[in-house]
Design a protein around this ligand. Structure first.
Ligand SMILES: C[C@](O)(CO)[C@H](O)COP(=O)(O)OP(=O)(O)OC[C@H]1O[C@@H](n2ccc(N)nc2=O)[C@H](O)[C@@H]1O
Ligand SMILES: Nc1ncnc2c1ncn2[C@@H]1O[C@H](COP(=O)(O)OP(=O)(O)OP(=O)(O)O)[C@@H](O)[C@H]1O
Length: 293
């Protein structure tokens, strides 16, 4: 059995994020259209004799038990009484605590890696179940592409759509806690919800204008309330693109355009306008989850 595996783990965006209610455990009932984009981390996994060692140069990424990679590996190690260990080198490209599921996608890749390296023989839905125990975005990150997510975000339906959307990803230099954003959402105040059916129809028809007008994120208002800077960034990105949207619980702002070259132009122009500590990249949607490279 091979003792090395190299996997890419893709960033996700939420083309639509609606919150319908709250469960007794305080998690929220959501309805989302999730999508992977061609921004990814590279993970180099090696099976070792014992322990879980993580090497990542990014200062915002914990190296020990707090790392989702560690948690994913130790969950399966404990469940299956695995005696081997794991070494992981992470090349981070996805901004951290950005609403792009960077940690979740790393965890999804780890589930795939240890399943293979430790010979556990689990299928995708068995991996999804373990992923959901660790984080709501992890099951989606396994297969990626375009998926409808319901429940707490872990009940998934893969949509046989492969939208080709070009965008610029603008990540400001501050982190946002997902828990804090959900905690500050007051559903009683919301009288207008995103329209998931309309977006799905627009995606099916590949109608650019209709797709753009149905991109919505209910958490945007909460995030802007807590961090007014997000509204300022939105305005700057709006001047360069056809539609702006916050990803997940923020603070990353996405600006949509109708070609790769326009996305690159928008990225170049925004780099001139915003501080150098903003991470700004052009991206495109992909129909990929965790994959070998
Ligand atoms: C905002 C999104 O990223 C959109 O894809 C997800 O809904 C959240 O995904 P995530 O970061 O993987 O979330 P988790 O790590 O599972 O949860 C972080 C915190 O967010 C809140 N949370 C999360 C998911 C959900 N359906 N309801 C919630 O209220 C909970 O307070 C939880 O403690
Ligand atoms: N492998 C990892 N990569 C990045 N962050 C990690 C990782 N493991 C743990 N973390 C921690 O998780 C927190 C959230 O990081 P992450 O990049 O996953 O956020 P996010 O993009 O907002 O995710 P989501 O969209 O799933 O809420 C960070 O504060 C970071 O310290």
């Amino acid at each position: 059995m091979a003792d090395k595996l190299q996997l890419k783990s893709y960033a996700k965006i939420n083309l639509l994020l609606d919150v319908l209610g709250k469960y007794e455990n305080d998690y929220h009932q959501v309805e989302m259209i999730m999508q992977t984009i061609d921004l990814y981390d590279k993970l180099f996994f090696t099976k070792i004799d014992s322990g879980i060692n993580i090497e990542c140069k990014h200062p915002g990424v914990p190296s020990g038990e707090k790392n989702l990679i560690y948690q994913a590996a130790s969950l399966l190690r404990d469940e299956f009484a695995v005696e081997s260990g794991l070494k992981v080198k992470v090349e981070k490209n996805i901004p951290v605590a950005a609403g792009l599921a960077g940690g979740s996608s790393n965890a999804a890749a780890t589930l795939v890696a240890v399943n293979k390296l430790w010979g556990l023989g689990l299928n995708t839905s068995e991996l999804e179940k373990r992923g959901a125990e660790l984080g709501s975005d992890i099951p989606f990150c396994l297969a990626g592409g375009t998926q409808l997510a319901t429940g707490t975000g872990t009940e998934l339906e893969k949509l046989e759509l492969d939208p080709k959307l070009d965008l610029v990803v603008v990540n400001p230099p501050f982190e946002v806690s997902t828990a804090e954003i959900y905690k500050n959402l007051n559903l009683a105040e919301i009288n207008c919800h995103p329209q998931v059916e309309k977006l799905m129809m627009a995606l099916k028809r590949d109608d650019y204008r209709d797709i753009l007008s149905n991109l919505e994120n209910l958490l945007e208002l909460v995030a802007i309330n807590r961090y007014p800077k997000i509204e300022e960034i939105k305005k700057i990105v709006a001047a360069e693109t056809d539609r702006v949207l916050m990803s997940g619980s923020g603070p990353t702002i996405l600006g949509f355009v109708n070609s790769k070259s326009k996305a690159q132009e928008a990225a170049a122009s925004l780099k001139q306008k915003l501080d150098t500590n903003y991470k700004i990249v052009s991206a495109t949607t992909v129909n990929t989850g965790v994959e070998l490279f």
